[in-house]
Design a protein around this ligand. Structure first.
Ligand code: 5GP
Length: 132
């Protein structure tokens, strides 16, 4: 069965898209741990990130680097952190988490409330700042 991320990639489920190319997509996490929390997902459906072929893993990190540059430019965090866990969705993905001066705790257990309007605003801001 297709993963939830494959359904997003195929446009069957909506998302706040940040960037996309032939092999990857980035969109806002639906349950963010910080404003701008973004997921980078290779379109090829492979569960465990360290099962990605070397070349694809490299491309995933380079795509993440470009998205992180956009997050840094658009939101001005101290920096953007990276988490790879994959315990909830069996489709490899990188969490990019902007770390702000006022809240520097980075944990997937820490959720923040971000309104739907703010999610849309963030997606517009960040996507404009990302150069793929
Ligand atoms: P992990 O698998 O690394 O533990 O986390 C999966 C992440 O995917 C979670 O942070 C969760 O909020 C996010 N997520 C799960 N379902 C959806 C969805 O339908 N849309 C979006 N945008 N994010 C999702």
């Amino acid at each position: 069965m297709a993963t939830i991320f494959t359904k997003i990639i195929n446009g069957e489920i909506p998302c706040h898209k940040i960037a996309e190319n032939d092999s990857h997509i980035a969109f806002l996490d639906i349950n963010p741990i910080a404003e701008g929390h973004t997921l980078v997902v290779p379109k090829k459906e492979i569960d465990y990130v360290f099962d990605l072929p070397d070349e694809l893993l490299g491309e995933t990190m380079l795509f993440s680097k470009k998205v992180a540059a956009g997050l840094d430019k658009a939101l001005n965090p101290i920096r953007t952190g990276v988490i790879v866990e994959g315990l909830e969705v069996p489709h490899a993905h990188i969490h990019l988490v902007p770390i702000y001066k006022e809240s520097q705790e980075v944990s997937l257990k820490r959720k923040v409330d971000v309104s739907e309007d703010r999610m849309s605003e963030l997606a517009t801001l960040i996507s404009k700042a990302v150069e793929i």
